[in-house]
Design a binder for this molecule. Structure first.
Ligand code: PMP
Ligand code: GLU
Length: 401
């Protein structure tokens, strides 16, 4: 749509979130009676565990329906500190935690709090779609560093150092990664941290998928590499993925006090606080039994293996084994130049458009993550849908000429 005279220049600098747009399109097609198989949605298909829902209902009934402190209720921030200590041996005080309207809002707040106009943020590609948009909204400049399968889509310390300029404020590290599912090892993070500390920049560590890991690569927070690394880390996490709570909108930031103060100031004038009952739900999630998290992880792992096996059985498709999150990111570039019934596959966008139109399978094109050779499939769906959807994909690919 052409920019309207009422739209700010800011709006014109970004696009709608492609991940949310594809999930919405697949839902709409389904509601119109089309038998769409959706691999677009980046959210668990499970419902929020019962005890978490009950905690929110109890909070509502007990009258916890007022504003809370802007950074969140103290009990929740204490529970987050206890979790960071238990999981990562990281010591934060509740004053260093702000709860936010999802991890997405945590990153947005952080960018708003640290960037001056023109400040650069290094973003390794393929990246989660909202990072560059959020940097731009905060008047910063995204600096994209491209990676590919040869390094498991991970940035090297040399690449990081080469991208740093006097305007660099921050680098974003997302492990496990959306969209690639790859994870940085402790040694790899230590090598990146050495550059970050020496060059004195910040690192925003997006750890939203930390509980969804499947191989012998353990999730490590870059903040736990050293005290110096911790001082420069803006740690982002939340309950959306691990506890199947995407709709509750509850995330958090843990960081040094000056950064947290800035975020609090911004939050106090924008959202005030996370919805009170969602905070009580998150408190239950962090302090209650973690059995449901493990059960979901086990199911995702089974689906991961199934999807990756089926993808790699398709001639012309190659997929690295994802170690975490719930995405497969196969390379489909060998089909570029081929013709389908109604068009020609020229890039990942035309690949996904034609596949959806002709075979009713929804994937996210890699171009949305700045990687125009791969497509993203979420395996947060049933085994039956995975089998049926990949069969359709395979048959469609076999029909290309
Ligand atoms: N970071 C990454 C890498 C994500 O995939 C998502 C999910 N959209 C988020 C952050 C935001 O999560 P939330 O639902 O908590 O806003
Ligand atoms: N994280 C999910 C995804 O990448 C949810 C959609 C979004 O917030 O972008 O698909």
């Amino acid at each position: 749509m052409a920019p309207s005279k009422w739209q700010s220049d800011r709006v014109g600098q970004i696009e709608d979130s492609i991940t949310l747009a594809i999930s919405a399109l697949a839902k709409k097609m389904k509601s119109e009676g089309l038998d769409v198989i959706g691999f677009g949605a980046g959210e668990p298909d499970f419902d929020t565990p019962e005890f978490i829902k009950e905690a929110a209902i109890k909070a509502i009934q007990a009258g916890k329906n007022k504003y809370t402190d802007s950074p969140g209720i103290l009990e929740l921030r204490e529970a987050i500190c206890a979790t960071l200590l238990a999981d990562h041996n990281l010591t934060y005080s509740p004053k260093q935690i702000v709860t936010t309207v999802g991890a997405k809002h945590a990153i947005y707040n952080a960018m708003m709090a640290i960037l001056n106009p023109g400040d650069e943020v290094i973003i390794p590609a393929p990246y989660w779609v909202s990072y560059p948009a959020q940097v731009i909204l905060a008047a910063g400049k995204p600096v994209i560093v491209q990676t590919d399968e040869s390094t498991e889509f991970k940035i090297s310390p040399q690449q990081l150092e080469a991208a740093i300029t006097p305007r660099t404020k921050c680098v974003i590290i997302n492990s496990p990664s959306n969209p690639t599912g790859m994870m940085y090892t402790r040694d790899e993070l230590a090598a990146l941290a050495e550059v970050i500390v020496r060059k004195d920049i910040l690192v925003l560590s997006d750890e939203i998928y930390e509980k969804l890991v499947y191989t012998d690569v353990a999730h490590v927070s870059i903040a736990s590499i050293s005290e110096e690394a911790k001082k420069r880390t803006i740690l982002v996490n939340g309950v959306s993925k691990a506890y199947a709570m995407t709709g509750w909108r509850m995330g958090y930031v843990a960081a040094e006090l000056d950064i947290i103060e800035g975020i609090n100031r911004i939050q106090s004038h924008s959202t005030s606080n996370v919805t009170a009952n969602a905070q009580y739900a998150a408190l239950a999630a962090y302090t209650g039994s973690q059995e449901a998290v493990e059960a979901m992880r086990v199911a995702f792992d089974r689906r991961r293996k199934l999807m990756v096996k089926l993808l790699n059985e398709i001639p012309g498709v190659s997929c690295l084994e994802p170690q975490g999150a719930f995405y497969a990111f196969p390379n489909i570039s060998s089909f570029f130049g081929k013709k389908s019934k109604t068009g020609t596959v020229t890039d990942t966008a035309s690949f996904c458009d034609l596949l959806l139109k002709e075979s009713l399978v929804a994937l996210v094109p890699g171009i949305g993550f700045e990687s125009d050779t791969c497509v993203r499939l979420s395996y947060a769906t049933s085994d039956a849908q995975i089998e049926a959807g990949i069969k359709r994909l395979k048959d469609w690919l076999a029909s290309l000429k």
